[in-house]
Design a binder for this molecule. Sequence first.
Ligand code: BES
Ligand code: MN
Ligand code: ZN
Length: 499
Amino acid sequence: MTLKFNVAADAPEAAAAPCIVVGVYEDRTLTTSAARLDEHAGGALKRLIESGDATGKLGATTLLFGLGGVAAPRVLLTGLGEQKKFDGAAFHRAVSESARALKALPIDSAISYLTEVDVSGRDAAWKLRTAALAADAHAYRYTSTFKPKEKSKTPQLESMAFAGLASAGDRATQRAIAEAGAIANGVRFARELGNLPPNICNPAYIADQARKIASEHAGVTIEVLEREDMQKLGMGSLLGVSQGSTNAPKLIVLRWQGAAEKVKPYALVGKGITFDSGGISLKPGAGMEEMKFDMCGAAGVLGAFLAAVQLKLALNLVCIVPAVENMPDGNAYRPSDILTSMSGLTIEVLNTDAEGRLILCDALTYAQKFEPQVIIDAATLTGACVVALGKYASGLMTKDDELAEQLLASGNQTMDRAWRLPLWDDYQQSLESGFADVANIGGKYAGAITAGCFLSRFVNGTRWAHLDIAGTAWDEGRKGFATGRPVPLLTQYLIDRSA
Ligand code: BES
Ligand code: MN
Ligand code: ZN
């Protein structure tokens, strides 16, 4: 369950919430609500700042308990940094850090007044959505595979209200709350699926989760292709990867009809390798456990699909997930094998660890059956993308400038940002093979791009973009937790396309 989001209109000194959140800039200027609290509390906030115990450094938080003259027992003072530089990224940082601090408190609700602060270039609905999503991101806890705990008596954060905005009845406000709720739900779905271990979250499990989405939402239909179905379709590339695993592959196809039947759908395709051992080109042992996250592209497109359906977006959508496990075994595919893809192109396998592109190429070919107006794939595709962009930006590759602009804008809007890499034909030659139409790996350099180039050979002129989320889908630093990216970016893209 996500947090419940509301808007609050209470004066800060009178708000009866267990905690209220206000801000202070680096130059010690208090925000409107903070100044008002300070007045009611006889200058307590200013004294605290002057003593140096609290600072306005961006993201710093200080908790005050039992301020006289203030109804709420707790006030969380949050640093906003330099007032002149207070932009969307700074706002995101401030609301994230305040959410982190709130999570540690024994409270079930809070009111944030940070949404009253002006953010250059962003409107009230944006502030509300951004603050709500940050709060929910910190409220999520992974518990599924721990021994069931007795229900703790300590309250946990269940709802958040935001102040300094238009009334709750305002249409833009309602819309912002609905969008935040849907995106938060999609993000939680994706994080949970990502965090589950591969002995639970295998291809059949992902198919069951997709079936659940279909059964719980009117307008959604599902088809799951089994190994035999894929054999009939000639998906030799996807099936080659699956050969070494006892977990049978699934090709999951979810459809949402939110517009007239004849309207061409948007297609989302997500890499669903439920565990990537590397196969016969086995990965080193250290860090291999992180390859349970190799289905985060699948989780991301399913999460975005869920959010789009929850918002009943006025468009048609098809979500395609090839779910496969990459394992070494007596039946496993090997380096030097030649696979025949559904498109007819033959592929020389030079490394069985470059498996993502091998399942995606058949999924991309299958996607064209739906005559989509646009295909977007998301995949934890290359370590090279992590080297290039780290954990802040997803790699965006497309030859379509307009599509690139739209996706970059969706990322900026949701703070789930991407950065574009070129897909120039110059890079294609590294994929040449002496034995097949294409090799599954390029040379030493530009690994993220050559992987994108490989995929580009299977889209046949359909408008298409590829998101490499290898660096963004989980956070190594934070106990390796799935982030739910790129659900916000993809959902925003769809929101912006729906009538
Ligand atoms: N799933 C990995 C990519 C990956 C690696 C994601 C590390 C996140 C962190 C992918 O299947 C893979 O193994 N790619 C290889 C490709 C290489 C063999 C051309 C890689 O990046 O090393
Ligand atoms: Mn691999
Ligand atoms: Zn992989």
